[in-house]
Design a protein around this ligand. Sequence first.
Ligand code: HEC
Length: 140
Amino acid sequence: MKVMLSCGIPGVLHMQKLVLPLLGLAVLASGIGSMAQAAPPAESKKSFKKDVAPVLQRACASCHAGKSASAGIDVSSYKALMAKRTGEPVVAPGKSKQSLLTLSMRGEDGVAKMPPGRGHMREGTIKVVEAWINEGAKNN
Ligand code: HEC
């Protein structure tokens, strides 16, 4: 009887001490697991569909879509955006500094700053589009 008491209770306490850290570890491990899954692969690229098209749709498409697109620049699809035209390319893959698309967002190199009037593009947004161009302007 004396042995049972002195052994049993500390035994239970011991279990609790062990179970809690183990639970903590399990939570941590699953956290790391899902983080690893969510993290983009090392050579993470900007996506046309996810990162660029929504920006163009929101900021440019009201004037640059369809047959009557201003300056003949149509941002309504990847194909239209990349279509060959006379003069400077709208998108020169790998070269954001030679692409009217981003030069116009910055108003650089004598390209009219877009969108016209107020509400210019934010630096962070321009950087995303530039990164996509410099990564090859893929239809991704
Ligand atoms: C409110 C209408 C409007 C919006 C919105 C707009 N544009 Fe324009 N854009 C024009 C007009 C009109 C022209 C032609 C006249 C000019 O050059 O100013 C033009 C011209 C351009 C040119 C040719 C400029 C040059 O100097 O050769 C580019 C490139 C361009 N837009 C890109 C964009 C981009 C990129 C966006 C979105 C960030 C955008 N535009 C948003 C109306 C618009």
